[in-house]
Design a protein around this ligand. Structure first.
Ligand code: GDP
Ligand code: CA
Length: 322
């Protein structure tokens, strides 16, 4: 069995690659829920949905989030009323959030509802939220955020939710801290610790280390469980030649005092990861990573390039001794 610690887009691509070479019944994803939000009374889990929609071949290929063949009638109505419309929810996507919200109001937990949604898309892998409890990634602004027509201005030191940072401000403001609200009191979701303890191989997907992987690790028990399995944990670096392929991972790492490089990723992960897979562009860093006590594998890791997904998946599996 293979267990993947997952955020959104980078993780979804890694999972899709693995499913090209291994049966889905062998794969469990433990997915970040720090990005989740409640909006319009609805329970929205962006990383869970990105993973599901991508693996179902239903993701919008242009945005990397949301559904393909989407329409936006509900958002037009919200705009007409002057309602909250900065977080884009397409009409088809709304169906997912209505279903999730309703099932939770009936007493189902997020793990059960996620399994129902994943199965309704015909997928055979096991997708587990890191926790069913409330966990929210909060971001502190490093500088004043000048007034803007669309949202209220804030001063340095103000704390905002992850989606107010990522979507509403297009992650264009510097941050001075990240906090996982609820982390002290939340419990790992059903099956999460077993999926770590029982795995033949654990993969840390190429996801944002600060706001996709760290919130999963912040759930009490998960980081320690990974440390115990360190010898079978392999990470794929989301940073290539000092930059993220997309999104703020590189900037966030520098702003929070880490090196925005494969070495910075290695330093953040070395307690619970024994093998780091880095891109060919970073081959010169291999020795420095080994000096930190990690095995280091150099290969092509940009999965949008033809043929790379499958070969990367095989490289990941090679460490597994399955
Ligand atoms: P989000 O939750 O949707 O923001 O996505 P993730 O946190 O899962 O992934 C974002 C990170 O994935 C970024 O840092 C990207 O650099 C990285 N990423 C996306 N696609 C790839 C890929 O094909 N290869 C590698 N190595 N990293 C990727
Ligand atoms: Ca995310």
């Amino acid at each position: 069995m293979i267990t993947v610690i997952a955020g959104g887009v980078g993780a979804a691509r890694m999972l899709r690659a693995l499913l090209q070479v291994i049966d889905s019944s062998e794969v469990t994803a433990i997915v970040n829920v720090g990005d989740d939000l409640e909006l319009h009374g609805l329970r929205i889990s962006p990383d869970l949905d990105t993973v599901t929609y991508t693996l179902a071949d239903a993701i919008n290929p242009e945005t990397g989030w949301g559904l393909v063949n989407e329409s936006w009638q509900a958002r037009s109505m919200l705009e007409q009323y002057g309602g909250v419309s900065w977080f884009g929810l397409g009409d088809r996507d709304l169906g997912t959030h209505l279903y999730r919200t309703h099932r939770i109001s009936e007493g189902a937990d997020l793990t059960t509802v996620t399994a129902e949604i994943v199965s309704a898309w015909g997928l055979g892998l096991n997708v587990l939220p890191a926790t069913c409890d409330r966990l929210r990634t909060m971001v502190t602004l490093a500088s004043d955020d000048p007034s803007n027509d669309h949202f209220k201005s804030l001063t340095a030191g103000s704390e905002i939710s992850f989606q107010e940072y990522f979507v509403q401000r297009h992650h264009s403001v510097p941050v001075s801290a990240v906090r996982f609200d609820g982390a002290e009191s939340c419990q790992p979701g059903p099956g999460v610790i077993d999926a770590i303890n029982d795995a033949d191989l654990i993969v840390i997907a190429p996801s944002n280390p600060i706001v996709s992987i760290a919130p999963v690790l912040a759930v009490p028990g998960i980081r320690d469980a990974l440390i115990n399995r360190r010898n079978v944990v392999t990470a794929v670096s989301p940073i290539i030649a000092g930059a993220a392929l997309k999104g703020p991972a590189d900037r966030m790492m520098s702003e929070l005092g880490h090196d925005a490089s494969v070495l910075g990723v290695a330093a953040l992960y070395k307690d619970f990861v024994s093998t780091l897979i880095i891109d060919s562009k970073d081959s010169r860093q291999k020795k420095a990573i080994q000096d930190l006590g990690l095995r280091c594998v150099v290969t092509e890791t940009v999965m949008s390039k033809p043929g790379v997904s499958e070969s990367l998946a095989l490289t990941v599996l090679a460490g597994a001794n399955l």
